[in-house]
Unconditional design. Sequence first.
Length: 372
Amino acid sequence: MKVVIIGSGPAGVVAAEALRARDRSLELAMITQEPYPPYSPPAMADHFLNGRDEPLFWRGRDVCERLAVDYHPSSRVTSVDAAGHRVLLDGAPALAWDRLLVASGSRLHAPVENAELPGVHDFKSLAAAEEIVSRVRRGEARSAVIVGAGFIGMEIALLLADLGVRVAIIGRRGWVMPRMLDTETAEIAGRAMTARGVELRLGVEALGFAERDGRAAGVRMASGELATADLYVAATGVKPNVSFLAGSGIEAAWGITVDDHLRTTVPDVWAAGDAVEAADRATGERYVHAIFPNAVDQARVVAANMLGGDVTYAGAESMNSLKHLGLPIMAVGALAGALVAALAGALAGEGSERPCSSASCAAKPGAMCFGW
Ligand SMILES: Cc1cc2nc3c(=O)[nH]c(=O)nc-3n(C[C@H](O)[C@H](O)[C@H](O)COP(=O)(O)OP(=O)(O)OC[C@H]3O[C@@H](n4cnc5c(N)ncnc54)[C@H](O)[C@@H]3O)c2cc1C
């Protein structure tokens, strides 16, 4: 039997490990549009600060060789032919499968004007992170404006500040990490950020990026002000990579639709990780829970079920921690009041939507935005 895995993120690589542990004779193939061995996105900031490879290539650079996985780096999936059991690739022969795992993760979601302009950076992949850091190391970027005061915006700000860049963060809410922290805890985190040299501009609405000569030339604020710097970074949220599934019958709303065994709407096709709209363990609400432990748990469930198991997914957790601030910050479960707000919304007939708080954001239901 041949299993093809789309994606070499935590979900893809853990699924490969679990499949190989169960069956030595399986044919396994893994496709990623990135040129690197499988890596851990949460370890990127640390990697650029201390140069250590081990946490980044967390399963070892040789993981695919060890697991006898036929690895296809720098290969982009353009579509899935579900009836023909084939994955179509950009500029390379199609790959046939008996079972397919879609673990295509997520990318930047930036519901602001001109976010696609050259010169607007993000930190969603190793290539994107390398582009930012190399601009800094070449001396091209001595100042930066980051749009988004959520968890990822904070992480990028700390990295850039440690690399000697003068950093300002623009956050729409009045406190940092609004999807993760209450105002009291955020106040402590905010003070620690300021002490690390990061300028916090909170309660300020960024409308988008100004353009000059086809490149980003500032962040336009609702107040009319233009914030300028050498480097612009968007850290406003993430959205699942699902566009290549169009026409395949594998249904996706915001994220891929799965049942409680993480099967998609097409037989022999499963999905796991940031690309999936899974049920919350506590509330049952379905949305994209884009965190590492959920991707790993889902991958293990998929691996068992692909090989004939009957494992029900217990549901995704809400948690996160910020490691680089020098303060032990960890948030688990619903933010105080969030559940009450959701219940009030349901009673008011708004269903179980978890709307992004941006009026211009199309990410509903199932949004995963950083409350930027
Ligand atoms: C900077 C940063 C810090 C983070 N910190 C934390 C943290 O501290 N704690 C935490 O729990 N989570 C953290 N996360 C989130 C965590 O990294 C993700 O939840 C996790 O990586 C999801 O794993 P995944 O395998 O589903 O997707 P991803 O890691 O997004 O991997 C997706 C894979 O799919 C491939 N792919 C996508 N589309 C295609 C295509 N069309 N063709 C071929 N390949 C494709 C990509 O190349 C990639 O290999 C962080 C994320 C970032 C970016």
